[in-house]
Write a protein that binds this ligand. Structure first.
Ligand code: GAR
Length: 209
């Protein structure tokens, strides 16, 4: 893509995945730039982190709109005004409505802290500990109309050890999140992801046969 991929990131909290993507763009491993960070939470540390990195960061108040669809239209307008091509959810704690997903069809990715389809939804790490699984991990996927159901791009597994709590597991998983999310974005930016139904194929780098 000429000039690199224009990326918008939706956040609700800490913003460590957002930071990993911003860093990947800054060090050249992702051929693109984060041009907007939008939060539904005014106090999200992610906003301050984005500003410190020189990225435009905006709070959009969901309560200022009469319904969720209107809020999402406003967010979509801000992204389109900045010519965002890829929308990343990075700890964005809202389920997007079909209208928004249609608007950015095939161009929204999410990171989720479990090996999907296990443990979708909230508190995935706690769900994994309570279930007693021996392995958990994280998943980068394209977003569809379901909750954490879209085609899977990359997963990484981490062992669950005796004594692990939701918090210690979350820390281990987060390290892998910071590795695979920038990697998935890099592949997208290089035009190497092909979605065929539920399957995401990764094309070899250009010039390699
Ligand atoms: C991450 O662990 C991410 O996978 C999770 O929230 C955390 C955000 O951390 N997302 C979800 O649970 C979405 N269902 P961060 O703000 O430091 O990137």
């Amino acid at each position: 893509m000429a000039g690199g991929l224009r990326i918008g990131i939706l956040v609700s909290g800490r913003g460590s995945n957002m930071q990993a993507i911003v860093d990947g763009c800054a060090d050249g491993s992702i051929p693109g730039a984060v041009v907007a960070v939008i939060s539904d939470t005014e106090s999200a540390p992610a906003l301050e982190r984005a500003r410190r990195a020189g990225v435009e960061a905006m709070f959009v108040d969901p309560w200022a709109y009469s319904c969720r669809a209107e809020f999402e239209d406003a967010v979509g307008d801000l992204l389109e005004e900045r010519s965002v091509h890829l929308v990343l959810l990075a700890g964005f704690m809202r389920v997007l409505k079909p209208g928004f997903i249609r608007r950015f069809k095939g161009r929204i990715m999410n990171i989720h802290p479990s090996l999907l389809p296990s443990f979708p939804g909230i508190e995935a790490q706690r769900q994994a500990i309570e279930y007693g699984v021996k392995w958990s991990g994280c998943t980068v996927h394209f977003v569809d109309d379901g909750v954490d159901t879209g085609p899977i791009v990359i997963q990484a597994a981490v062992p669950v050890e005796d004594g692990d709590t939701a918090e210690t597991l979350a820390e281990k998983i987060l390290c892998e999140e910071h590795r695979i999310y920038p990697e998935a974005v890099r592949l997208f930016a290089q035009g190497r992801l092909v979605v065929e139904g539920r399957h995401v194929r990764v094309l070899p780098p250009r010039g390699v046969v």
